[in-house]
Design a protein around this ligand. Structure first.
Ligand code: TXA
Ligand code: MG
Length: 347
């Protein structure tokens, strides 16, 4: 199968992709967070195709995307009161809500759980595709399992070429990291995955909210969100995340580059290292990829996954990464860097 990238601005292309969704096929779709790999959420066979194409573990459930609030009763039973408060405040947008699932949702979508993740995305192309298809769309991020999430159509093509017929190209994703996942199926809302909506924003609406640390774990043996137990977003080379003030991690990286340079001049090594650094602390080196100023979390979120993919293509033996402070959107950015890391070091 050839994979074609289609201009999402053309209505005919949306119609074509809606036909594919209705007939049980898969489409690469832009959202405001990251690109999704979509299928008809109510068609178990179509949804199984998502797991096969991504190489995704069958115990990792998917998010169901809806275009209108009226679809919620189709997907969810016992909609809790807090749902209206949160959907009012943050939908359409980068917030996924976990609630009790209805009979209509096939087990393959929820990996056998009795809850379902639902989100109304803030991207006109995804909304139009759901409307034209006439069905909610189940979609994980459109990367191969374990790889950085795609924020451009070409990222999707690189991972899934030959496995899906079409990718709708809607340009770069505005937010750049995935939605915040909040479980509202119990008494107390709980953040299961940090993302585009910050815990500070949620606390403003809810008063307080329970959250995990940036590693996404509070109980290492029992992750509540199955996806959080897998290593993720990772470049091929082992990456060391440096959790320390930016001047300290920058100095450490400079030292490692100097060391490698000295050793290779003396023919002691042919090892290649690369680094992910803040623009305002970056060192001049062709193997350094930057992702925004150290406190500009919006830009870091926007550029992170593309930067991880660039680092991947450098074929380094080892990668070092600066990690932002864990506040505001920086918390979600730090979470993704830490999840991508092979080793986390505090300096
Ligand atoms: O921004 C996003 O959320 C993107 C776009 C495409 O919408 N989607 C995305 O999907 O990131 P995915 O599959 O890569 O991540 C979904 C996360 C996983 O960690 C999964 O385990 C969790 O949501 N999840 C889904 N259903 C759940 C459930 N019923 N209970 C707990 N966690 C759930
Ligand atoms: Mg994903």
């Amino acid at each position: 199968m050839e994979t074609r990238i289609l201009d999402a601005d053309l209505d005919d292309n949306i119609e074509l992709c809606a036909d594919i969704i209705r007939s049980g096929g898969l489409i690469g779709i832009p959202t405001e967070t990251v690109y999704g790999l979509g299928a008809n959420a109510l068609d178990a066979d179509a949804v199984s195709g998502i797991f096969a194409a991504k190489g995704r573990q069958p115990d990792n459930p998917l998010i169901v995307h809806i275009a209108s609030l009226s679809d919620i009763n189709l997907i969810v039973r016992d909609v809790p009161d807090v749902f209206m408060v949160l959907s009012d405040a943050f939908w359409p947008g980068p917030l996924t809500l976990i609630m009790k699932k209805s009979e209509a949702v096939p087990d393959v979508v929820t990996a056998g759980l009795d809850t379902v993740a639902v989100r109304m995305p803030g991207h006109p192309v995804m909304i139009r595709l759901i409307e034209k298809s006439g069905t909610p769309i189940a979609a994980p991020s459109a990367n191969l399992s374990g790889k950085p999430s795609p924020t451009k159509a070409e990222h999707v093509s690189r991972d899934l070429f030959g496995k899906i017929p079409y990718i709708l190209d809607g340009g770069s994703c505005r937010v750049g990291i995935e939605s915040t996942v909040v479980d509202i199926s119990g008494d107390i809302p709980q953040i299961l995955r940090p993302g585009g909506v910050t815990s500070e924003e949620l606390a403003q609406i809810l008063g307080t909210i329970e959250t995990y640390n940036a590693m996404g774990v509070s109980e290492p043996d029992a992750p509540r969100s199955p996806g959080m137990k897998y290593r993720h977003y990772s470049p091929k080379a082992p990456m060391t995340a440096l959790v320390s003030p930016p001047e300290v991690s920058a100095e450490y990286i400079r030292h490692r580059f100097d060391e490698i340079c000295r050793d290779s001049e003396n023919s002691l090594t042919s090892k290649k290292i690369a680094a992910l650094m803040f623009d305002d602390f970056a060192i001049e080196h062709p193997s350094v990829v930057t992702f925004g100023m150290c406190t500009d979390y919006l830009t870091q979120a926007f550029r992170l996954f593309d930067a991880l993919r660039k680092l991947d293509s450098m074929n380094a033996d080892e990668i070092f990464a600066q990690v932002p402070e864990q506040k505001g959107l920086g918390f979600a950015v730090a979470n993704r860097v830490l999840k991508a890391a092979y080793l986390v070091v505090k300096l």
